[in-house]
Design a protein around this ligand. Structure first.
Ligand SMILES: NC(=O)c1ccc[n+]([C@@H]2O[C@H](COP(=O)([O-])OP(=O)(O)OC[C@H]3O[C@@H](n4cnc5c(N)ncnc54)[C@H](OP(=O)(O)O)[C@@H]3O)[C@@H](O)[C@H]2O)c1
Length: 292
């Protein structure tokens, strides 16, 4: 079991696990391939794969129990989906009550078959969030040894401030959408806050869900990525990840590929250093305008 808080710089996200057609042994093989690449952190959620993602990952760990001590597991809670498996839900909603957060974490632990979650994130900001209740849930989970650290996802800076104001210890992570396809977090205070509070930002959809690469020949961004990847002897997707890694808030891209060969290439992005002008060239191409 890891004792520190450091997550690998690259994280494998398991949102798309249902598309990969993997058996538990296949998932275990993918996990091993990630470990071989230095990716030891895995991002799940209670709701992924229609609530079956954690159980599938847990089944993989049961086929290869030696893997568990080498992994860091992130999961999320707080969204209640309409689903045949949740007939009591009449409307999609958020639930950050103490009761639900604790029950959700307990459910995740059972599904994964592990004693402790390395990081638990509140998946979306809940307009009915009572920060004191969330703090009480976090304290209960921490004191029971069930969760090592807590964070949020998709929060605005003022929502992070509210929650942090009631917590006894710092939030460790903020998972948000940021990429060359979605640059808002660079300018709306989210990444500034992460840097100020030393909250690790985790970038979901770092390749825009694949759309950044699919539009290569047609868009200014696609052309800029292609040109720069030629200069850097890299692939466009490596350059897109290197662009995130260059940010001073120390962004952790949450990769969404289930393809080991693609993951191998993406891991190599960690050795690409974009200089300032290359970084701004891509920003300009992404936003369609030069900085003022
Ligand atoms: N917190 C949140 O609210 C939230 C929201 C969304 C996602 N997430 C997390 O973020 C993770 C990553 O999100 P994501 O899956 O959207 O990430 P992504 O890495 O931007 O997209 C992955 C998708 O892009 C495809 N792709 C990659 N390179 C490509 C290329 N060169 N050409 C065509 N397609 C390419 C992959 O296909 P292959 O599999 O074939 O490589 C895969 O389907 C999720 O798994 C989840 O853990 C969190």
């Amino acid at each position: 079991m890891h004792t520190g808080q450091a997550f690998s710089r690259l994280i494998l996200g398991l949102w798309r696990i249902g598309d990969w057609g993997l058996s538990p042994a296949g998932v275990a093989n993918l996990v091993q391939a990630c470990l071989d690449l230095g990716i030891d952190t895995f991002d799940l959620a209670d709701i992924y794969h229609d609530h079956a993602c954690e159980a599938l990952f847990g089944a993989a760990l049961r086929t290869a129990p030696a893997l568990r001590p080498r992994l860091r597991l992130i999961t999320k809670c707080g969204i209640r989906l309409i689903s045949p498996s949740r007939p009591q839900h009449r409307v999609k909603h958020y639930d950050t009550s103490r009761e639900h957060l604790v029950a959700s974490a307990d459910h995740s632990l059972r599904a994964l078959g592990v004693e402790r979650l390395d990081l638990l994130l509140i998946h979306r900001p809940d307009p009915l969030m009572e920060a004191d209740e969330v703090a009480a849930a976090f304290t209960a989970l921490k004191e029971a040894g069930k969760v090592a650290a807590f964070g949020v996802s998709n929060f605005q800076p003022h929502q992070v401030d509210l929650l942090q104001s009631r917590l006894g210890e710092p939030l460790q992570a903020h998972q948000l959408e940021v990429s060359l396809g979605q640059t808002r977090a660079l300018f709306d205070g989210t990444l500034d806050q992460a840097q100020r509070l030393r909250i690790s930002p985790q970038a979901w959809s770092p390749l825009g869900g694949g759309r950044l690469l699919q539009a290569l020949p047609e868009s200014p961004l696609g052309r800029a990525l292609t040109r720069l990847s030629g200069d850097l002897e890299a692939t466009p997707e490596q350059v897109a990840i290197a662009w995130l890694l260059r940010h001073p808030a120390r962004i952790h891209p949450v990769l969404g590929s289930g393809n080991p060969e693609r993951l191998r290439r993406l891991a190599q992005a960690q050795s690409i250093q974009l200089d300032r002008q290359q970084w701004f060239q891509l920003l300009e191409a992404a936003t369609g305008q030069e900085v003022p």
